[in-house]
Design a protein around this ligand. Structure first.
Ligand code: ATP
Length: 465
């Protein structure tokens, strides 16, 4: 997107931070882990909720032309025949005759196993869908699949949504949910796993207007990442060549992010034409046409699909937010997460564990947690506590000190600048609300003195140690 040299973060540092601070753990770790499956810990689950919430807010809540859906993971097996997944959702694989590892043909350089150098079999197609059985009998007739994408649940509900919401074209259906793929090459932490979450939009438009809507969504989706703090120079658009286009797509662009292992897909935006609705109409025998009341025409809508990964977004947000700097002779690790994504918004830190202070701090904590995820931390030095919060991306720390008992004011310390301001306890909630929603101007205290963060109203920072 720009000519600037993008910055890369070491994946090891991200993995280690996630493990150490309880963002993400290997699945079933006490049994040695399960390959490419991950568990989100206490902070990870908050981050994940916030990413999904940030998507849902702009995609569904703030729009007139979008509704949500939550379809089941198990679907009628005919779905996957109609969608082309049974036939087409496969990678050609070769197997090493000595170590039995399987490889995608595009990973092989000199016709030998990349791991042990052994001889390889001829390529064989390998379907990426997970199979299971419905009901008590394990027979071929009872096979069902774990969905490999959330999209199909939307296509098969198209008519239900039109009938129940009376939405007129153009409109979209959005869904967040789990998807499963028996990926052959996994790795790179949560970038490619076998169980993951998608955030998908299927946007239904009149044929002929599809190009315009495709361009619209490309820009919208790219901006979503930028607004949530990802540096523009770490994002790029990549158009799929004709040989790379999926069987259903007329046009496709990837939004790539500069992950630690290099540029890789974060989200795909495809013009799927009428492929899906036509396929499901033919396979089910049910009409999936739309009736345009204005023009009195019946037609099958075209679909624009922005399809994003929750886990890949989380990885991109973490990589982009990660920073190390030298502060008072020590390395300060900071996650510059956008306020809306930060797992913990505010930490309440009493300067001492002595009674009257603790009572006030606890009262503030109880009050603020009505609005946000708030942590209370009274262990170790104030400097250590600030660092702990910086490392998990907490935007604001509230310090309650002995003076607070006299003047009923507390200190707000901001994560990125480490600036501190003093605020009456009665104004704390409003100030934090304004600051967390990105406002710079506050009115303090009753009587109305206006100041801007970093200028008027600043106090000299307390030492951080
Ligand atoms: P890739 O080429 O990287 O396997 P894809 O093109 O198959 O991805 P899509 O089918 O377009 O991916 O899926 C849409 C989005 O879902 C991707 O952009 C990605 O964010 C997410 N996604 C797909 N597969 C995985 C996976 N195995 N693990 C995590 N996220 C995934």
């Amino acid at each position: 997107m720009t000519e600037e040299t993008p910055r890369k973060v070491d994946m090891e540092k991200i993995v280690s931070l996630c493990r150490r601070r309880g963002f993400i753990f290997p699945s079933s770790e006490i049994y040695g882990g399960l390959s490419s499956c991950w568990d989100y810990g206490p902070l990870g689950v908050e981050l994940k909720r916030n990413v999904k919430e940030a998507w849902w807010r702009v995609v569904v809540q703030e729009r007139d032309d979008m509704v949500g859906l939550d379809a089941s993971i198990l679907m009628h097996p005919q779905t996957w025949e109609a969608s082309g997944h049974i036939e087409g959702f496969a990678d050609p694989l070769v197997e090493c005759k000595s170590c039995h590892l399987r490889w995608r043909t595009d990973e092989i350089k000199d016709n030998n196993c990349p791991s042990c150098g052994g001889e390889l079999t001829e390529p064989r197609m390998f379907n990426l869908m997970f199979k299971t059985f419905m009901g008590p009998i394990e027979e071929e007739a009872d096979v069902v699949y774990l969905r490999p994408e959330t999209a199909q649940g939307i296509f098969v509900n198209f008519q239900n949504v039109v009938n129940t919401t009376r939405k007129k074209l153009p409109f979209g259906i959005a869904q967040i949910g789990k998807a499963f793929r028996n990926e052959i090459t996994t790795g790179n932490f949560i970038f490619r796993s076998r169980e993951f979450e998608q955030m998908e939009i299927e946007f239904f438009v009149k044929p002929g207007t599809d190009k315009e809507w495709f361009d619209y969504w490309l820009e919208e989706r790219l901006n979503w990442y930028v607004k949530l703090g990802i540096r523009k120079e770490n994002l790029r658009l990549r158009q799929h060549g004709k040989d790379e286009l999926a069987h259903y797509a007329k046009e496709c662009h990837d939004i790539d992010y500069l992950f630690p292992m290099g540029w890789s897909e974060l989200e795909g935006i495809a013009n799927r034409g009428d492929f899906d609705l036509v396929q499901h109409a033919n396979s089910s025998g049910k009409s999936l046409e739309y009736f345009d009341e204005k023009t009195k025409e019946h037609f099958v809508p075209y679909i624009i699909e922005p399809s994003a990964g929750v886990d890949r977004s989380i990885l991109a947000f973490l990589c982009d937010a990660y920073d190390e700097e030298l502060a008072e002779g020590e390395t300060r690790v900071i996650l510059h997460l956008h306020h809306s994504l930060a797992p913990i918004k505010v930490a309440v830190l009493p300067l001492s564990r002595r009674d009257p202070l603790v009572a006030l701090a606890k009262q503030i904590h109880a009050d603020l947690r009505q609005c946000w995820m708030v942590q209370y931390d009274d262990a170790q030095s104030i400097g250590r506590r600030y660092r702990r919060q910086d490392e998990i991306g907490t935007p604001f720390c509230i310090t309650v000190d002995f003076q607070s008992l006299e003047d009923n004011q507390v200190t707000i310390r901001e994560r990125d600048s480490m600036n501190q301001i003093r605020v009456p306890v009665s104004e704390l909630k409003d100030t934090l609300a304004a600051k967390l929603s990105g406002e710079e101007l506050f009115v303090l205290p009753p009587g109305g003195k206006i100041w801007k963060g970093g200028e008027q109203g600043m106090i000299s920072p307390q030492r951080e140690k």
